[in-house]
Design a protein around this ligand. Structure first.
Ligand SMILES: CC(C)=CCC/C(C)=C/CC/C(C)=C/CC/C(C)=C/[C@@H]1[C@@H](COP(=O)(O)OP(=O)(O)O)[C@]1(C)CC/C=C(\C)CC/C=C(\C)CCC=C(C)C
Length: 591
């Protein structure tokens, strides 16, 4: 009995596992644990018979003085632990590096000749087949090596065992494997591979495991690293990363095409995921994918805070929040960017009609889509068609439109609708409390939580107050921008106390006393934030960190505004990128 192999783990595989776990822990979701558990089980089950065969055939061996002696099917327990820890570490690399990527937009609808809706991206079919042919060719080559029963045997055995998994995973997820950035594919493969190559070099040199000279080629990648070992670690890491990608591809299909899978559960079974993966790409709705792309671009362009926050959410809720953002943004912009008050009112009336149709149980979805296509500008249509209306109640959307109507009052009356602080509360509730309400509805729906009755009401009310807090920060930030649009959201009663009127702000929004009013708005915002933030901890555990990121990234604008000499871009105080990332990280870690 020996502890040599145990020390390899204690020194080289467990420390990175601990470090990666600590790094990823704030973002770890039930779905990640499910994915990890599934892939580790597959790795162990599929490797056991192969490894056992290799040991029985004496292709590799473990001297008895380096292992503790406990074996399963002749495989030392340390070796079985290796399958687990390697799959775990490489998977965590992938999870960390792929987090910023919003994957559903990488799906591509593919149709060939003879499809009733016409040909679309036919070259993708060639990519799939070409990949399959190359991989099957490699398997054939591996068989020849094995059949030669000579020095290429071990290399051949590695190939005929690992590459069939790759054919399968390529077939399921070739679109993602091709389209994901290299930081999500090549990096999580190569970083652990090169590291394991170095560990393997040490282990072979120390004789922790030994390869039979008769079945290896004797070629070294570098001094001390047999080419077979290099190939083994490379291929196994490719299988692990492709396995993760195939999982994500299925989840993306589920979140991008809810109509194809209306019964999708929050944690779909492997069979359900397989059904999604095997959905032919000819059935993907390219308009839906284009709509998602538009929505993400809109979010990235218009709100850095919510864009950063969105990457902390997992697949389904991330998609729904992005679509909700897109709808709110488009509706707000239609009204704000109208050329005159009549046009703005027309947009509000049309949005109202959209709501009536969307919530009318007798109205066909196709008829609503048709109404949108004939009534709204092209670039806004997808945002309206794709808003996850089935998961949202009607009242907050109605109230949001009433909030936009309040904005219209500035056109009739220079003093506007915000006379006293309670008017500010009503306005902020309508344009932001409602948004918080809808975000919470989506979270509670997507995580399938059973928060009901008083508990649900308490969370929704806290969300409303948090929305009002965020809106106060928004108003404090935009005093000058709003004034340029003829709007003053600071209550007249506050202005009066400073001897001012709405006109004086419109005339000069940079006068020194404005800083005092800005502080007053921020004081209100932070008081509301303080009273509401604890309710975030009552949300489903995986939504807490990301929700904190969304709220805190926005409140950070308020913190920046409280400091003297803040940086202003396009008339607005901004939070520098590094600081935004620091806030996101801190919010994720605080429990
Ligand atoms: C992570 C992610 C993708 C989140 C999306 C959130 C979302 C749907 C935001 C919609 C934003 C929007 C365009 C609304 C229209 C009305 C409006 C302008 C509201 C103001 C937003 C600020 O956006 P921006 O700075 O881009 O606005 P302007 O350039 O000035 O036009 C608001 C300040 C409202 C934002 C309010 C929220 C997102 C609510 C957040 C609070 C919660 C979810 C509640 C937290 C939970 C508890 C239990 C306390």
């Amino acid at each position: 009995m020996g502890l040599e192999y145990v020390f390899v783990h204690l020194k080289y595989t467990i420390p990175p596992a601990v470090a990666l776990t600590l790094l990823y822990r704030p973002l770890l979701t039930k779905m990640d644990i499910y994915k990890l558990g599934f892939l580790i089980s597959v790795a162990v089950i599929s490797t056991l018979p192969w490894d056992s065969y290799l040991i029985r055939k004496n292709i590799w061996s473990y001297p008895s003085h380096v292992i503790v002696g406990q074996t399963f099917f002749k495989i030392p327990v340390e070796e079985i632990f290796f399958f687990i820890v390697q799959t775990y570490n490489t998977s965590l690399f992938y999870l960390i590096l792929s987090k910023p990527t919003y994957q559903p937009v990488l799906l591509t609808a593919v149709r060939g000749d003879g499809h009733p809706n016409g040909v679309l991206n036919p070259e993708w079919r060639n990519y799939r087949v070409a990949g399959q042919l190359v991989l099957v060719g490699i398997i054939g080559w591996g068989w020849c090596m094995v059949l030669s029963a000579g020095r290429a045997t071990y290399a051949g055995l590695i190939i005929i065992w690992a590459v069939p998994f790759l054919v399968f995973l390529w077939t399921l997820a070739y679109q993602f494997i091709i389209s994901l950035p290299l930081s999500n594919t090549l990096a999580p493969i190569m970083l652990p591979t090169v590291y394991l190559w170095m560990v393997d070099t040490l282990a072979l040199q120390r004789g922790t495991w030994v390869i039979n000279p008769g079945t290896k080629m004797g070629v070294h990648l570098w001094d001390g690293l047999e080419i077979e070992e290099a190939l083994f670690f490379l291929l196994t890491n490719v299988v692990i990363v492709f396995g993760q990608i195939a999982f994500d591809s299925a989840l993306s299909i589920l979140s991008a095409f809810p109509d194809l899978f209306p019964d999708s559960p929050p944690l779909p079974s492997p069979a359900f995921l397989m059904r999604a993966s095997l959905m032919p790409a000819s059935r993907f709705d390219e308009n839906q994918i284009a709509g998602l792309r538009e929505a993400v671009q809109r979010l990235e362009k218009k709100s850095r805070s919510f864009y950063v926050a969105s990457s902390a959410f997992q697949s389904q809720i991330r998609t729904d929040l992005i679509l909700l953002y897109s709808f709110c943004r488009v509706a707000d912009d239609l009204v704000d960017d109208a050329r005159n008050p009549t046009e703005a009112r027309t947009w509000i009336a049309r949005l109202q009609e959209f709501l009536e149709r969307a919530y009318d149980g007798n109205s066909e979805q196709a008829a609503t889509s048709n109404f949108i296509r004939t009534t709204f500008p092209k670039e806004t249509q997808a945002a309206l068609i794709q808003v996850p209306i089935k998961k949202l109640s009607r009242q907050p959307l109605e109230d949001l439109l009433r909030g936009f109507e309040m904005d219209m009052c500035f056109c009739q009356d220079k003093d506007g609708p915000i006379l006293v602080e309670s008017d500010l509360d009503i306005y902020a509730h309508r344009v932001a409390g409602t948004v918080a309400n809808m975000c919470l509805e989506l979270i509670l729906y997507d995580y399938d939580t059973h928060v009901k009755g008083e508990d649900r009401q308490r969370i929704i009310e806290a969300g409303d107050r948090m929305g009002v807090a965020l809106q106060c920060v928004n108003i404090a930030r935009d005093i000058a921008v709003d004034a340029s649009m003829g709007r003053v959201y600071i209550p007249r009663s506050w202005l009066k106390k400073e001897g001012l009127s709405a006109s004086s702000i419109l005339h000069n929004p940079h006068r020194p006393v404005v800083e005092k009013l800005r502080s007053q708005l921020l004081k209100k915002a932070f008081a509301l934030h303080k009273g509401a933030k604890d309710a975030i901890e009552e949300l489903p555990v995986e939504a807490r960190g990301p929700r904190r990121v969304a709220v805190e990234s926005y409140m950070e604008i308020g913190r920046v505004l409280r400091r003297e000499g803040y940086v202003v871009k396009a008339g607005r105080a901004t939070v520098p990128k590094l600081r935004r990332l620091r806030v996101a990280w801190k919010s994720l870690r605080s429990q």
